[in-house]
Design a protein around this ligand. Structure first.
Ligand SMILES: CC(=O)Nc1cc[nH]c(=O)n1
Length: 108
C-alpha cells in the first residue's frame, strides 16, 4: 500500500532544468495531487517528458496558495514575470484555484 508514502521523486518540464540547476528557480507551484512533499526530505528530480534524472532537491516548505494570490515575489522565485507565471500555471492547471508553493534547495 503506497497511499500515504512520502514522495521521493518530482518531475519538471525540461524547459525549467537550467533555471533549477542555476538556482534561478527556487519554487514550484503544484496542485493538490502533487502537494504531499515533506519538508526536510529529499527528492530525485527528472524531466517530465522523458524521465531523465538531473538533480536532487531538498524540500524546504510546502504552503497553500490561491491562484489569485500569486504575486511578484512568487514570480521572482520562478524567474518569470507575474504574467508569465500566471500563464504557465493556468496552462498546466487550468481552472485550479487551490495550489501549493513548494520551496526547495539544490542538493550537491
Ligand atoms: C511536470 C510539471 O508539472 N512541472 C511543473 C508544474 C508546475 N510548476 C513547475 O515548476 N513544474
Amino acid at each position: 500500500m503506497t497511499t500515504n508514502a512520502i514522495p521521493t521523486e518530482m518531475t519538471f518540464f525540461a524547459r525549467f532544468e537550467s533555471d533549477i540547476l542555476s538556482g534561478k528557480k527556487t519554487i514550484t507551484i503544484r496542485d493538490e495531487s502533487e502537494s504531499h512533499y515533506v519538508p526536510g526530505t529529499t527528492v530525485d528530480v527528472s524531466t517530465y517528458e522523458d524521465g531523465r534524472w538531473f538533480c536532487r532537491l531538498e524540500i524546504l516548505t510546502v504552503e497553500p496558495i490561491a491562484f489569485s494570490d500569486l504575486n511578484d515575489f512568487h514570480a521572482q522565485q520562478e524567474n518569470m514575470t507575474l504574467a508569465e507565471l500566471k500563464g504557465v500555471i493556468h496552462d498546466i492547471y487550468p481552472g485550479i484555484e487551490k495550489l501549493y508553493v513548494v520551496n526547495y534547495a539544490l542538493v550537491n
